[in-house]
Each structure stands twice: as C-alpha cells, then as structure tokens.
Design a protein around this ligand. Structure first.
Ligand code: BTN
Length: 275
C-alpha cells in the first residue's frame, strides 16, 4: 500500500463532519470541495452574496491558499484541513471581531489536544505548534458597514497540516512546519474539523450572548507558548530582548524589555522569536 492509498482512507466529507458535530451547532452547514483557489476567497464571495452565518467551506486542496501579511499558505491535497467559517456577529465593532482569531486559536489548540492527546500550544499571535513545529495558521478577514462601522460578515480561515505531505514540506518550510499526525487516523480529518468547529462555536456563542465573557482568552493564555518566556521582539531590521508578561482580552501582548520599559504589542506589526 502506498502513502497515497493510506491517505485516501482518511477522507473529508460534510456527512463525516456532521457525525461528530455537537447537536447544539446544527446551524453549521459544512460543504466540502476537492480543490479550490482559497476557501477564504470563496467563502467571502458567498458571504457577499448573502449566505447565512454558519456556512463552512472546506477543501481537500487549495491552489492559492492565503496566509497573514500577504503570504501564501502551502495547501497540498490529502494531507491538510483547509476551512473557512462565515460569521455574522450582530453589531460587533472591528475590535470585537479581532477576537475571532483568538477564539479560533484556542479552539484549534484544544481540538488538537482532545483528538490527538498531544500538547498543542499557541505561539502569539495565532500559530499552533506541535513538537515545536507550526501545524496550523489562522487568517480572519471581515467586511464592515460604511455607515455604522459594524461587522457585516467575517471569514475565519483555518489551515491545519494534518499529515506530512508525501513529498515533504517545501525547502523553505522544512525547519518550521510540522504535522498533527505521523500515522493515518480513521476519520482523522472529519473528527478534527468537527472538534474545532464545536469548540469555536462554544466560545463564539458565549461571546455573542455575553460580551464580557473571557473564557476564550483564559483558554488562550493557558496554552500560550510565550507567556513568562524570554522572547526576541523584531521591529523591521532591529530586535530587542524582552519577557512576555501578559496577554490582554484583545490578545495584545505586554512585554518588558531589559531596561525595564514596557510595551503593549498588537498583532501584525512584529514577529516573535522564542530564545
Ligand atoms: C497564516 O499562517 O499566515 C495563516 C494561514 C491561514 C490559512 C487558511 S487555509 C483555509 C483558509 N483559506 C486560505 O486561503 N487561508 C486560510
């Protein structure tokens, strides 16, 4: 049996995912396609066209998977989980909407731990690691009303390296990318997708019902790879050593530099290297 034969036994399907979805979240409508450009791009088109909250587009492969900061996201067939969730949070500001990424990171980390039994910490801002290798990235995109500034829709895109690709990761990713499993798991992708969705929806609905809920950030903090650690903060070409002190409810990172000064870092403007 070849690797290809083995991997083809763990097949992603809408029916398979629904088997593991919590009945509470039956409004979720997963659709699985074989190959797409980017699930985020297509989900965004559907959202623009008016599709309801809870539509989830998943694909076996992406030809133009997109990452944060305009990067691409390597999305080979059979070995990954690529999915985008359409949300329509009522009267959420842009600031509230940034919490979706934090929720997704906590949900993915917990889901990997539950389904695989492996520790899956979160490297600020939103990368999930297993065995010191990145196994998941998250890209949240949103559209805001021109009049009121509230969120019209948001797309939470989650990409997981479930298995190592047959030909390995491309050279530039080899040192940083890893996979969730080394061996084939029966229904692994369907179980993992459903567990992520169940956990994501639990945090999301709790936040929709009570804006002050901090369950999601507590879960995130508990799994943080950086809190209490010495880190290197990179600003363009320069870098400074610091200690990561805290993560606030909006997922900003409070750091203290060696000279005692403190800074609150927001996502996107820096990268962090664990020392
Ligand atoms: C990152 O690590 O920079 C974020 C990667 C996000 C990738 C996912 S895969 C599903 C969805 N569709 C995309 O094109 N991107 C996201």
């Amino acid at each position: 049996m070849t690797t290809n034969d083995i991997l083809s036994k763990d097949i992603l399907s809408a029916e398979g995912i629904k088997t593991y979805l919590d009945i509470t979240y039956s409004q979720l409508q997963p659709e699985v396609r074989s190959i797409v450009t980017s699930t985020n791009t297509l989900a965004k088109e559907q959202a623009k066209a008016g599709i309801a909250e809870g539509y989830v587009l998943l694909a076996d492969a992406q030809t133009g998977g997109r990452g944060r900061l305009g990067r691409s996201f390597f999305s080979p067939s059979q070995t990954g989980l690529y999915m985008s969730i359409v949300l329509r949070p009522a009267q959420w500001t842009a600031q509230q909407t940034t919490r979706l990424t934090t929720i997704a990171a906590a949900a993915v980390s917990e889901a990997i731990e539950t389904v695989t039994g492996q520790h899956a910490p979160i490297k600020w801002v939103n990368d999930i690691f297993v065995d010191n290798k990145k196994v998941c990235g998250i890209l949240t995109e949103a559209s805001f009303g021109a009049q009121d500034g509230f969120t019209e829709y948001a797309i939470v895109g989650i990409g997981v390296n479930v298995y190592t690709p047959e030909d390995g990761f491309p050279t530039e990713l080899q040192a940083i990318a890893g996979a969730v499993w080394n061996t084939l798991q029966a229904n692994g992708k369907n179980r993992l997708a459903a567990e992520i969705l169940n956990r994501f929806m639990r945090y999301y609905t709790s936040l929709c019902n009570n804006d002050t809920s901090t369950d999601y950030i507590q879960a995130y903090r508990k799994r943080s790879l950086v809190l209490g650690k010495e880190i290197r903060v990179l600003h363009g070409d320069t870098s400074r050593m610091a200690v990561a002190l805290d993560i606030d409810d909006d997922c900003h990172l409070l750091v203290e530099y060696e000279d005692g000064t403190r800074e609150t870092l927001s996502s996107g403007e820096i990268s962090i290297r664990l020392t």
